[in-house]
Design a protein around this ligand. Structure first.
Ligand SMILES: [Zn+2]
Length: 139
């Protein structure tokens, strides 16, 4: 999918352009968008000199903080995560397992493993894992 830009108003009031990865409709009817923003980062070349590079960060925002850009075609934006792998986070506190989609920014990588969609679905159905409240995964 080609990048699909939207305008996003951030909590401090500035407005930026980000790319939509996918959107989902919450049970109450509101839309949430998972977005991607390319940022500048610092890398080092072979000689150890600092060089600029790109890091993409994902974040989430709801409508109306997310607004369409006139003339942009949003028909191909997926209504669910396009990933086919899911991540299971083992809480550092107790035995809680939290399921995330592959794009969620929230899980701690040190305590997270990738799992197949069927395994993720089984864990949710059997109540052995809870769905992340940010990405609301539905494998
Ligand atoms: Zn998540």
């Amino acid at each position: 999918m080609q990048p699909v830009p939207v305008r996003v108003t951030l909590p401090d009031g500035q407005t930026i352009t980000a790319n939509v990865l996918y959107r989902r409709r919450e049970p109450g009817g509101s839309w949430w968008y998972t977005l991607e923003l390319p940022l500048t980062a610092r890398d080092e070349d072979a000689a150890g000199r600092s060089v600029p590079s790109e890091r993409r960060v994902t974040f989430a925002a709801p409508y109306p903080q997310v607004q369409p850009i006139p003339g942009t075609d949003y028909r191909d934006v997926p209504d669910h995560s396009p990933c086919d792998e899911w991540r299971l986070e083992h809480s550092r506190y107790g035995r809680l397992l939290v399921l995330h989609d592959g794009l969620c920014w929230s899980p701690d990588p040190a305590n997270t493993e990738r799992i197949a969609p069927q395994a993720a679905s089984d864990l949710l159905m059997k109540g052995k894992a809870t769905a992340c409240h940010l990405c609301n995964p539905y494998p």
